[in-house]
Design a protein around this ligand. Structure first.
Ligand code: PRP
Length: 212
């Protein structure tokens, strides 16, 4: 049995579409209600969790495989996993965004930056050798500049609609994001056949789709 921890929500939906294309049995997932653990005919057990918890389950060897966004991987300090596949879904990017006058503005004091991803923001401004104040928000990060609390944000941009609706724009693109398939290192050693059986099927479908 291989246990896969999947990030609930958009990532879960995208990943299930991929599994369906690979002819895996996903009926129990499609028909699930609020169950958090599902076993399928393929002898795969799925658990559905918040993104950071997917990493925790991989770290503790509770899950053999994890499906998680690159944003979560980059934001967390945990590095003891193997990244097996870029699933080519959930594509978006991190950007520094602000009102259009950001670049021309003179800042008298330290810039304030709102973000849900303080480590990514710290790393970005560290590389730029800029000393800024990072303010962590849990969501709707665009509110930072909108309510006049921060000068800019570091956040995920997918369609750009949220920025546009709030009069903000991308100042600089920071990092591409997509959904990744990762594994626990010990699982990869001891369940390699079962794991690569799954990985190879998914890889084949991704390859075919990228050719189309
Ligand atoms: C994310 C992100 C942006 C928005 C970007 O938020 O933090 O706010 O999506 O998407 P767009 O470029 O397509 O507009 P999410 O919807 O996950 O909710 P949140 O703001 O509560 O974090």
């Amino acid at each position: 049995m291989v246990r896969i921890a999947i990030t609930k929500g958009r990532i879960e939906k995208d990943f299930c579409k991929l599994l369906k294309k690979c002819d895996f049995d996903i009926a129990p997932i499609e028909n699930k209600d609020r169950e958090l653990q599902i076993r399928t005919q393929d002898n795969i057990e799925f658990i559905f969790a918040k993104s950071n918890d997917v990493l925790t389950f991989i770290e503790h060897g509770i899950a053999d495989l994890g499906v998680v966004g690159k944003d979560t991987l980059e934001e967390n300090d945990f590095n003891d996993y193997n990244e097996l596949l870029d699933l080519n879904v959930g594509k978006c990017y991190f950007a520094l965004a602000a009102y259009p006058n950001y670049k021309d503005k003179t800042f008298i004091s330290r810039k304030k930056i709102a973000t849900k991803y303080p480590n990514i923001a710290k790393r970005y401004f560290g590389n730029m050798q800029e000393n800024v104040e990072i303010i962590k928000l849990e969501g709707s990060v665009e509110l930072g500049p909108v309510i006049g609390m921060t000068d800019a944000i570091v956040d995920i941009v997918e369609t750009g609609a949220t920025l546009k609706a709030n009069g903000l724009e991308v100042i600089e693109k920071i990092l591409d994001v997509s959904t990744r398939l990762i594994s626990n290192k010990v699982s990869l050693k001891y369940k390699s056949e079962e794991i690569y059986n799954i990985v190879d099927k998914i890889h084949k479908v991704i390859k075919e789709e990228s050719i189309c």
